[in-house]
Design a protein. Structure first.
Lengths: 159, 277, 104
């Protein structure tokens, strides 16, 4: 029995890593999501908008650019699902949670920076997503997704 | 401008399907496609193996031969010819020009390669104890040629890998997945082909010697030496030695072959004979 | 539901805003489209299969964003931006984001 396992070592390692990816990945994802929901509830009062300054000049106290960024890695299980999807086409659901988490985390970090600077609103938000270097498209390694959120945090004069 | 914070209840950007369910569906679909592919390619390989021109086959054989360090063996050539001489005159094997090579390795095995090449490993020559045994091995390899197994053995896995590489590129994970799966599955003769070669070889041995003595000796020795559990033989290239012995004995009984004493062999004499220049 | 990529809806005033809304989707191509694209690579020109695929995906991302805006009680989304990026071999992420507002 052990000899059969040893002969098919790569397959065994692959299955093990996939299983590990699934279990550990699901746990990490759930924990991340609960952290995100908690922080979003806290920072709900600080709006983030994509339009430019809607306030008249007199109402502004100051503005500063703020950014939040995060890099989240893909695990083996997600990668396996993506490879299979490449055959059949359609929505890659395993990556949806990945980019969703990354985006919300980046925006939260940006909001956090804005709050620490005492600002009331973040305007002109832009989001940039990228797969880090060649690694996401490289067969041998498991890749990462980087999301950058940046905008201008405006502090309003107290009325 | 007034701002009203509205917390979101559902996440629109994430699909509700469970990843394991999705994996199951896709693996099922993939298995179905591979099965259809496998059957279709199997048919194609049969067709190609029948029609491959002789010099293409010889080229393939030369490529395969490069994997071994071999010396020609005129003694074994002569043995093979005397085996062939007992075949009926209309046998297709008479049209071929067989050559036997001895590979310098301790492994106990023999292979039939495309292009009328038989490679016997030195380990096997040292292990056999009688002429009948050795002739059984040679007859078994001739059986593969009689059934044109030597090309079909390469067939499916190679075509499947080639197609995947064409679709996804050499470096894609899909190609390597398919390659590792199909090449190890099919790149050797199937167990059925081995059993058929055993039966054909047995008949040739009886035609040569008049009796079936020594046919199972080799496998008996192998099964005593081999302690691998049966499970390991599920995907191995040869059937379990015990199974081969049983099938051979069944055939001997069915055809009522006699069993007489064997001619002992001094394999060192065989190996010492210098190769023809 | 009004969608614009300027700051206002022409002819209407924004009464209140609800913050950011985002819709994203990750799509992969399948073998059929890949083969056709491979063949097209020889002659050049528009890859209609891919164009269709990506614009369908963009529509889906937009629909998701609109759904989110509706659930907030908005009736318009202003200053919409799109972004495309490749997140894995053969898969692209498309997302649309904007600000959900109520106009009158």
């Amino acid at each position: 029995m052990l000899r059969v396992l040893a002969q098919n070592a790569d397959l065994v390692i692959f299955l093990f890593l996939t299983g590990l990816g699934y279990t550990a990945g699901t746990i990490a994802e759930r924990r991340h999501y609960s952290s995100i929901s908690r922080r979003e509830a806290e920072l709900l009062r600080l709006p983030v908008v994509t339009f430019k300054n809607p306030y008249p000049v007199e109402a502004l106290r100051g503005g500063v650019m703020v950014m939040g960024s995060v890099v989240i890695s893909i695990d083996y299980f997600k990668r396996l699902l993506a490879i299979l999807r490449n055959l059949f086409g359609g929505r890659v659901t395993s990556y949806e949670t990945l980019v969703d988490r990354a985006r919300r985390e980046a925006i939260l970090r940006m909001k956090d920076a804005a709050r620490r600077k005492g600002c009331d609103i973040v305007v002109n938000l832009r989001l940039e997503t990228s797969a880090i270097g060649q690694s996401a498209n490289n067969r041998k390694s498991v890749g990462c997704v980087e999301v950058l959120a940046y905008g201008t945090a405006i502090a309003l004069r107290r009325p | 401008m007034k701002f009203t914070p509205r917390p979101l209840s559902e996440n629109v950007n994430v699909s509700k399907t469970h990843p394991l369910a999705e994996l199951a569906w896709m693996l099922g679909g993939l298995a179905l496609i591979l099965m259809v592919f496998y059957l279709l390619v199997g048919q194609a390989v049969e067709v190609v193996a029948e029609r491959l021109p002789a010099d293409a086959e010889r080229w393939l054989g030369r490529q395969a031969l490069k994997n071994f360090t071999v010396v020609a063996s005129p003694a074994l050539d002569r043995r093979l010819q005397s085996l062939l001489a007992t075949l009926p005159a209309d046998s297709s094997l008479h049209r071929s020009d067989f050559q036997v090579w001895v590979a310098d390795t301790d492994e106990i095995n023999a292979v039939a390669l495309p292009g009328e090449c038989v490679v016997v490993f030195r380990g096997l020559l040292e292990a056999v104890a009688s002429e009948n045994e050795l002739d059984m091995v040679l007859a078994h390899e001739l059986g593969h040629f009689a059934h044109r197994d030597q090309l079909k053995g390469l067939g499916r896995g190679l075509v499947a890998t080639f197609l995947t590489m064409a679709l996804f590129g050499n470096d894609s994970s899909a190609a390597s997945l398919v390659a590792s799966f199909t090449l190890s599955f099919d790149a050797r003769y199937s167990q059925r082909q081995e059993a058929a070669a055993d039966a054909w070889g047995l008949d040739l041995l009886v035609a040569r010697y008049g009796h079936a003595g020594g046919a199972v000796d080799f496998f008996e020795r192998m099964s005593r030496r081999e302690d691998a559990p049966r499970l390991a033989y599920l995907r191995a290239s040869h059937p379990h030695p015990a199974d081969r012995i049983r099938s051979l004995e069944k055939r001997i009984a069915a055809r009522q072959y006699r069993l007489e004493s064997v001619v002992p062999l001094d394999s060192t004499r065989l190996l010492a004979e210098p190769p023809r220049p | 539901m009004y969608i614009t990529n300027i700051e206002t809806i022409p002819g209407k005033t924004i009464v209140e805003h609800f913050g950011l809304v985002q819709g994203s989707t990750v799509r992969a191509k399948h073998i059929g489209r890949d083969l056709m694209a491979g063949l097209k690579n020889l002659v050049g020109g528009e890859l209609k299969g891919y164009t269709e695929l990506l614009s369908e995906s963009r529509d889906e991302a937009l629909q998701r964003m609109i759904r989110e805006a509706k659930s907030m009680g908005a009736n318009a989304v202003v200053n919409v931006r799109f972004a495309t990026s490749s997140v894995a071999q053969g898969a692209a992420e498309l997302f649309a984001y904007g600000t959900a507002v109520r106009v009158e």
